[in-house]
Design a binder for this molecule. Structure first.
Ligand code: URA
Length: 193
């Protein structure tokens, strides 16, 4: 599937029951050739209304985290502008946790997004995103600090910005995760030069 077909397929998806309660699907946004791909969990209330990922409070913190490492979601070249997607394209009612069946049905869309973007790094944010991508039930605390792979793309795990809003002391750990991801991208660049 190319981008327009994928976008249309997601917009009309009825593969799980979340299609009944969504306002709209939240496909993802950013540079289609980005070096960095950010993968969150699922749209919340604001994202469901606006059709964009990470536009609420957690999104503001994500923007600040990106700014701290010279990245942005605004229009910029692929080395600076990230691509942002979620493991689920529809909002779970009342922001409940994603269900395994929903993650399974939705994953092919994310797989195709990763194949099309071919990022140099995936930053996976939050327990559900991380566990779904890595097929793991380990907590974030045990998965962060090393480089995993998803579809052969290096993947670094970090805390979800919504979690960081509730647990500010863990921001220092999230900063370490961003620095690790940055090192991975830099090493990859040097390798290709
Ligand atoms: N949390 C997520 O994981 N994704 C969003 O798009 C919004 C909040």
């Amino acid at each position: 599937m190319d981008w327009p077909t994928l976008r249309d397929t997601v917009a009309s998806c009825r593969a799980c029951a979340l299609c009944e309660s969504r306002t709209q699907t939240v496909f993802g946004c950013g540079n289609a050739q980005a070096d960095w791909m950010i993968v969150g969990e699922a749209p919340g209330e604001k994202e469901d209304l606006l059709g964009e990922p990470f536009v609420g409070k957690a999104g503001h913190l994500l923007d600040a985290m990106l700014r701290a490492i010279d990245l942005t979601r605004q229009s910029a070249p692929p080395a600076q502008q990230v691509y942002i997607a979620n493991t689920l394209k529809c909002r779970p009612p009342a922001n409940r946790n994603p269900m395994p069946i929903e993650l399974t049905r939705c994953e092919p869309y994310l797989v195709r997004q990763v194949e099309l973007v071919r990022p140099r790094i995936i930053l996976a944010m939050g327990r559900f995103a991380v566990q779904a991508l890595l097929r793991s039930s380990e907590p974030i605390g045990r998965l962060r600090g090393r480089v995993h792979r998803y579809l052969d793309v290096p993947l670094v795990v970090t805390y979800h910005p919504a979690y960081l809003l509730r647990n500010p002391p863990d921001k220092a750990r999230a900063w370490d995760d961003l620095c690790l991801a940055k090192r991975v991208v830099k090493a990859h660049r040097v390798e290709r030069e």
